[in-house]
Design a binder for this molecule. Sequence first.
Ligand code: ZN
Length: 224
Amino acid sequence: MNEKTFKYAIYIVIVILILLFYTKDIDLFGNNFYKNIKPVDNPDSFVVLVNKTYQLNENYVPNDLETISNFYAYENKQLRKDAKDAFEALSKDASILGYRIIATSTYRDFHYQKKLFEEYTATKGKEYALECSAKPGHSEHQTGLAVDVAGSNDDYDDFENSLEFPWMKENAHLYGFILRYPKGKEKITGFKYEPWHYRYVGTEIAKIIYEENLTLEEYYDKYL
Ligand SMILES: [Zn+2]
């Protein structure tokens, strides 16, 4: 191979790498999400699907929200009654084993989510906001069934490295919770890996999702 051919080959490799990098991004956060948006028609169901396709109505507020005991959550954090009872049971059982699992973010209404998304956009840019937050109506937190948790390292963002994460990963389903945005399923869920975000679906469905290593989207495709 002479020098000219070698240079030419290098250019081609660089162009291919650039193309791969951009198509990867387009796939994940461009074409598939926030297109053909559909309204959620079963907002009160424990198996409700809210994502970058299915949107909750601006006025939807669950009618059975209850405040989680301060022992298991930051101040004034609410979930729907069944999810709240299940979370308190989970956190209590974890504490008996010496773990500390605290709810840091739970129910968020449409307007709060709107503010949050706009703040992210203003301070960190639209791309970051789209990657790390959800547009209003598209956040599971509006269902009152989603909870972000922190472990004994007291940092939800670093929950993966807490003592509690391995236990949570293997036991959350026994209380009706699923790890909602798993690693490697970003193209299905539309969200990056979030080791701290759990979603209540009830024990029966959580068991299936856990055992078959599904996302809620895949559960819908397979069973509903
Ligand atoms: Zn969350």
